[in-house]
Structure formats: C-alpha cells, structure tokens
Design a protein around this ligand. Structure first.
Ligand SMILES: Nc1nc2c(c(=O)[nH]1)N[C@H]1C(S)=C(S)[C@@H](COP(=O)(O)O)O[C@H]1N2
Ligand SMILES: [Mo]
Length: 408
C-alpha cells in the first residue's frame, strides 16, 4: 500500500496544487477522470493524523477532521477484511479518556428492559458466551461527497466503510441470562459512554440510538475487533454491534443497553439521520436512516489518480447487501451501457460481510468509465441514481460510484 502515488510525501505536501498533479503525472488528465479517483480536493483535505489514532496508516486514509477520517479508495486491499490501521473513524464527541482501556475487563454496561436488570462487567460478559462475525461498518453518509447538492456533513467518498471481524457475546444470550426481554419492548437502545460537554442539554449531544428489537437477533456486545482488543478509537473496551444497520447504531464504549417501549428522544435519533427532502431539516416525522441497502463500488485499478496501463486488467471492488447479503455483481466498462458478470473472490464471511469481486477485462487505450452494480439475495438491485435527501445519506448510486480511468 505504500507504493500508491498518493503516499508519496511530496505529493501529499503539494496536494491540490498544479505542481502536485504534475509531479504525480496527472497533469494531462481530463477533469472528469480526476474527479472519480483520489481527487485533488480530497488530497488537499488531508491533515496530519490526530494523536488518538496516530497508529493509523497515514498513506491509506484521508483526514477530513480530527473526528472524521476515511479510507482512500485506492488503499482498500483485496482481502476481505479492512485492516484496523486503514479503517475509517467517525466520532460525534471526543472519545473517553484512555484510562478506560487500562483495565478493559472492568468496564461496565447497564442492561435494562429485561426481567432482571443489572450491570455487567466485560469480565462477566466474557464468561457468558462467545461468537465472532464479520460485518460491514458503514457511515450513513458514506458517498455524500458525490451529491451535487453538497449537503452539509463530511463529503465522504467510498471510504467511510470497512469490513470488520468482531468477537463478543450475542445480545440475545445476555438478555436470556437476565430473564429475557421485558414485555412490550419494541426497541433496543444503546448509549455511548463519552463524557458529555458541560452546560448543554445531554439529550442534544448524547450518542444514543434505538433499533427495532428484532435487530437483537444478530447483535453482539463486542470486545475484540480484527483479532485484537477493540482500540479505544473504535469503541473499546465494549461496543454494540448491530449487523446490517448503518454505522451510527454500532455504539462505541457502550455504557447502557436497554430494551425500550419507544425510540430514544436523543437528538441524534429524533432529528439526526433522517431522510428529509432536499432543502429540508431532519425531524421526527421523516424516516430514519437505519438498515443498509445493497451497494458496491470498484476499488481498482486506477482509483489512485485515474491512470491504468492499457491491456489486460483485473477490475475489482467490494459488494454487500445490507441485511440480506449480496448474491451477484455486474461490472460495466462503458459507464453502464453493457454489463458483464463479475466473479466473487475469496471466502464468504457471511451475509453481513462484504465480498470482493473481480472482472478480467481488456482495456484499450483511452478513457473508460468503470461501474459495478450489485444484487442482494432478496433480489434488490443497486440503483443507477441516488435518492436525493437533505443529509446526503444512503448513497448507493452505481453511477455516482463509477470510476473514471484513462488507459495508456
Ligand atoms: N459512542 C459513540 N458511538 C458511535 C459514534 C460516536 O460518536 N460515539 N459514532 C457513530 C457513527 S456516526 C459511526 S459511522 C460509527 C463509526 O465507527 P468507527 O469510528 O469505529 O469507524 O460509530 C458510531 N458509533
Ligand atoms: Mo456515521
């Protein structure tokens, strides 16, 4: 991954300027060809990694701000899992103090809305059960950067997503051990353990989200990520994992897990992540962004800069089906006029994981628009167009995610 042109220190220093483009040999590319790859604008937005994630690979990520960091499109590898050093970061509030991971097993979560509510330490949770699952973690706003309306919020391209392996105890086993979910509870509500800023109404800042109680079937209280204790930045010592649902529902440093009759009235639920018409504002009357839908994109070749050697190429990318799992991917080399069946690569890690796909193709010299279109196991097909909305959520458009490259 260090051979990518974007990791070149000089390119990063000069990124965004004409000199940087010339240095990287991109000066002659049509603007459209640059737009789809690692854009000069995105490169220009790159800032140094903040201290709490200093362990991330700087060459693999775009640092939008200290709390919003995405994986570069050209840095996604072709193994199924996203290495922790490349995985995106999205924090609504600063993470808790590092002292909470000094004694991970001592972290406690309050379980409510069960017959016998009580607090459980990570140590106790570890004695109650163990499961491992792979899951796509994706921010609701991933792909927002492709909305021409430029909604406010981080202009993520494809990299506010990753496929992560989690280990922990299934939520349903914990609920069963505490006598089962209490009657009339329609939601599962998780609360983040951040210290809230003083002087503000806690409801306006707390990270607390509700999902339908049915989502508990595959939910997990996890302490391990990609085979290691969950880093603090990703929610250690304990994180609520809700497979198939958008990133925000996967509550980091979870301090309370409650089965509730109603959705939380925290602002991040009532007004945040709502699908409102362009120009509108999120409010409780609008639908929530919750389950993920079928989506795919191409990660190479040519995602870092847009140039490809003409001839035989392996067009590859990732595809996932949200709640259903992905069953098929087609690839187009001409912007969607003709489609070819792609082949899945590598192991199938279950319906919540993404799958890598590849199409072997001959790319003659010239400009090409590479697109991918996935179908999930329920027959839903990734749409050509995004559904417009004020927040720039849920962009699954294959046209928006097409990769413009020049073969030479
Ligand atoms: N406690 C807590 N959990 C949280 C958040 C947060 O700010 N605080 N951000 C959410 C959002 S919006 C996303 S997209 C994911 C990001 O997870 P990551 O930073 O581990 O990639 O965490 C979610 N869980
Ligand atoms: Mo998010």
């Amino acid at each position: 991954m260090n051979s990518q042109p974007t990791s070149h220190p000089r390119r990063r220093l000069l990124a965004g300027s004409g000199a940087a483009l010339a240095a990287a040999g991109l000066g002659g590319l049509a603007p459209a060809a640059r737009a789809a790859g690692d854009t000069p604008a995105a490169a220009a937005g790159t800032k140094p990694l903040p201290g709490y994630v200093a362990w991330k690979d700087p060459a693999s990520v775009i640092v939008h701000s200290t709390t919003t960091i995405e994986t570069r499109r050209g840095s996604f590898g072709t193994g199924v899992l996203t290495p922790s050093e490349q995985l995106y970061i999205r924090n609504n509030l600063p993470a808790p103090d590092a002292s909470v991971v000094a004694d991970r097993d001592a972290w406690e979560v309050e379980i409510a809305g069960v017959k016998n509510p009580r607090r459980l330490s990570v140590r106790e949770l570890k004695s109650m059960g163990l499961e491992t699952l792979a899951m796509v973690l994706q921010c609701s706003g991933n792909g927002r950067g492709y909305f021409p309306s430029k909604p406010s919020g981080t202009p993520w391209q494809v990299g506010a997503a990753g496929c992560v392996m989690w280990s922990g105890v299934p939520v349903r086993w914990v609920a069963d051990a505490l006598g089962g979910v209490a009657g009339g509870m329609a939601f599962m509500t998780g609360t983040g353990g951040e210290k809230l800023p003083e002087g503000l109404d806690p409801k306006t800042v707390i990270v607390e989200r509700s999902v339908p109680v049915a989502a508990m079937a595959d939910a997990m209280l996890a302490w391990e990520m990609n085979g290691a204790p969950i880093p603090l930045a990703h929610g250690g010592p304990l994180r609520l994992i809700v497979p198939g649902y958008t990133g925000v529902n996967n509550i980091k440093y979870v301090k309370r897990l409650a089965f509730t009759a109603a959705e939380t009235d925290a602002r991040i639920m009532s007004h945040g992540y709502r699908l409102s018409p362009p120009g509108g504002k999120g409010d409780p009357s609008q639908p929530s962004v919750q389950e993920m839908s079928v989506k795919s994109w191409i990660n190479g070749p040519g995602a870092d800069g847009g140039t490809v050697k003409a001839g035989l190429v392996q067009v590859h990318g990732v595809a996932f089906g949200g709640l259903h799992g992905v069953s098929r991917v087609e690839v187009s080399l001409d912007g969607g006029k003709r489609w070819h069946e792609a082949r899945f690569v590598g192991p199938d890690l279950g319906r919540y994981a993404w799958r890598q796909f590849v199409l072997s193709a001959q790319l003659p010299p010239g400009a090409h628009v590479l697109a991918s279109r996935a179908t999930d196991s329920a027959g839903n097909v990734q749409p050509e167009q995004r559904a417009e909305n004020a927040g720039g959520y849920n962009n699954t458009s294959w046209a928006d995610h097409a990769l413009k490259v020049v073969a030479a």
